[in-house]
Design a protein around this ligand. Sequence first.
Ligand SMILES: [Zn+2]
Length: 213
Amino acid sequence: MPQIFYEGIYHDHVDAFIAGEVPVVPAPRRDDLTTPESGYRYVVGADGLSVQAATPLMRVAAPLQTWSADSGPRLGPVPIGIAFPCGKPPMGLLREAQHQAAQVAPNEWAALIGHDGEHWRLIVPEPERQGPSHIRYSRDAIGDIDLYLDLHTHGDGPAFFSGTDNADDIDGVHFAAVIGHARAREPSVALRLVIHGHHFDATYSLASLFDPT
Ligand SMILES: [Zn+2]
């Protein structure tokens, strides 16, 4: 089986441990590639490389690199897609977040939207430091929820992912959003998917991540 290809490579036990933590799967041509129910792995296919991950809230596969299937290995296609086993959080949580963000502008504001196993929740952590160009809070605020959306604002400034934001988004599987011009009638939004430090710019809207009903 595939493990045989690892023989003779990992003599160091730390290297061997890390290799076990970062599975790489060649995509099958004839079998369906099952979606894992937890954890993450890289999938190499005929047409590229993707990262596939699962949490209680998301099953996701996103492309890291693509190439022509004509020149690629004789494998199956890489999986691409996203599914939400718990559905999406109610739109009211986004409205509440936007309302609170506008109240504290020009200061930045931050919130976490996640699921506690029974309900969707909007968590607004107590800031340790807060101003028009920064906000800091303890990551302990996440508590026991499964994180869906990590949200912060740039007060009256534009929405973009700063170097600090990039350094913060290195862990887990969740969406991350920055709301700019928080007091404007139509705030600006920067949105991406985070999969263990890989960042995927969204081609969808922030509102599309919520259940409008
Ligand atoms: Zn930021």
